[in-house]
Design a protein around this ligand. Structure first.
Ligand code: COI
Length: 353
């Protein structure tokens, strides 16, 4: 059985006490799938509402009924979190409980049962341990864990699926964008509207912006920033990141009131910046303020924290001239220091695997 093979595999690499790495060119990693060894799967029927104990199984294709909820009606959510290798080879997860809680919140919105926080964290830990050799060496990337929750039961009618699958797989990753961040503001296509699902990590929040993103890339931009759907006046979120602006000692970011994904990196940066003495404001941020900002930066689990070099809106372009010590750099260093165990985690954010 798979579990026995895995136990043998685990004991062979752990008992030796030496670190074994997969054959990966860590310096070439971007944000793309590298297939790893194992994935973790748990199932649940709608009537029971409780996920059975999951199993680790070889990473590979899964079987789905053509009329499954996820394929027909997009009844699905995903999460993203990272495992980092410390200098002493230990492995840290960053705030997995937050991902578990966000999945629960999203599951409620999407009429799905969800794993308990304990089940979620256990699943993530097992996925990391089973793929330990794919966790990049300290300072050279992270293992990105992608938990999925999907309606797998068959349905032709428009209603919640009768069965659900939670699946977690992992891939080593490097930088999300390797090139400098030149953003374009989209003023026609909206990412999320009030009352919609923009505030949860529904799978359906992402593909509708592919066209806009592709067009922006074809014009030489790195990524897209969306405006609020109601007024078109305030900045909201990028294709896969939250946004912050800095002016003087004040750091502002759009309020996550349902149309913006409540990012865990976003939340962490708000807390780190406040601790470092910045005044952090969550509020509506009119597009005009972008042209008056000293620094702009993006955050996300995949993105981590990245300074924006330029923003273009309706043909008007601003370039940010960062000083000797950009605030974004200080925030990035503190965040990644905590994530990789270089800085003492006084917040209790990291979890040993
Ligand atoms: C993440 O930052 O983890 C995300 O989920 C964004 C993803 C679409 C790449």
């Amino acid at each position: 059985p798979v579990t026995t093979a895995l136990e043998n595999y685990e004991s062979s690499i752990y008992s030796s006490g030496k670190t074994e790495y997969a054959n990966v060119n860590w310096d070439e990693l971007g944000f793309a799938l590298t297939k790893t060894d194992y994935m973790y799967v748990m199932n649940c029927s709608k009537d029971e509402e409780i996920f059975s104990e999951g199993i680790l199984t070889r990473f590979g294709n899964i079987e789905l009924c053509p009329s499954s909820g996820i394929l027909n009606y997009g009844q699905g959510l995903f999460e993203g979190l990272k495992a980092y290798r410390k200098e002493d080879d230990g492995i840290l997860l960053f705030r997995p409980e937050e991902n578990a809680l966000r999945m629960k919140m999203g599951a409620d919105r999407m009429c799905m049962p969800s794993p308990t926080v304990e089940q979620f964290i256990d699943a993530v830990k097992r996925t990391v341990l089973a793929n330990k050799r794919w966790v990049p060496p300290h300072g050279r990337g992270a293992l990105y864990i992608r938990p999925l929750l999907m309606g797998t039961g068959p349905n032709l009618g428009v209603k919640p699926a009768s069965e659900y699958t939670f699946l977690a797989y992992a891939s080593p990753v490097g930088n999300y964008h390797k090139s400098p961040m030149n953003l374009v503001v989209e003023d026609k296509v909206c990412r999320a509207a009030p009352g919609g699902t923009g505030g949860v990590k529904a799978v359906t929040n992402y593909s509708p912006i592919y066209k806009t993103l592709g067009q922006a890339k074809a014009r030489g931009f790195t990524d897209v920033l969306f405006l609020d759907a109601l007024t078109g006046r305030n900045i909201e979120e990028g294709s896969a990141f939250n946004i912050f602006i800095l002016k003087g000692n004040v750091i502002s970011t759009p309020t996550a009131h349902g149309t913006i994904l409540p990012g865990i990196t976003r939340k962490s940066i708000i807390e780190i910046a406040s601790t470092l003495g910045y005044q952090v404001e969550e509020r509506d941020v009119p597009i005009e303020e972008v042209f008056d900002a000293e620094e702009v930066f993006c955050t996300g689990t995949a993105m981590v924290l990245k300074s924006v070099v330029s923003i273009t809106y309706q043909g008007k372009r601003i370039e940010y001239k960062m000083g000797e010590e950009p605030v974004a750099q200080k925030l990035h260093a503190t965040l990644t220091g905590i994530q990789t165990g270089l800085i003492e985690d006084k917040m209790g954010w990291t979890v040993e695997v």
